[in-house]
Design a protein around this ligand. Sequence first.
Ligand SMILES: [Ca+2]
Ligand SMILES: [Ca+2]
Length: 140
Amino acid sequence: MSIVVFLFGCALFMSTLSEGLPFCAYRIYTLTERGKNSKTDNPISIKFHIDGSTSPWHNLDSDVNDRERQHWDRYIVPNSGNGHLTGVTVRNLKTDGWEIEAIYVKNLCTNRVYEFYCTGSCWVDSPAATTKFLPRSNTI
Ligand SMILES: [Ca+2]
Ligand SMILES: [Ca+2]
């Protein structure tokens, strides 16, 4: 192994350590709509659709009051492989509805960003619309 490759590997490892992230996590950004009832304080979970298979559910939880009106929130969840994301499904098992404007998912291993924009109604709440599937809008 050359010294350059070794140093690069060390730098990558240290940057991962300094962010406290596992390798190949997904970083998720969500934007809540601006309407009156768009915010929620309910637990929300997400799963990923990747080349025809689906991941387990992952809780979207942070240490702030997240999912407030017109706010971006940021989460980290384990990576589900490096296949292309074709969609995400969002779940809300309680009655305080959440209206989504957009979700971005960045694969920290590949640096690809997948964008999921809501068109039309984009509410998740129980029991009317416990889950909402968002197909991929774009890939950066
Ligand atoms: Ca909230
Ligand atoms: Ca609400």
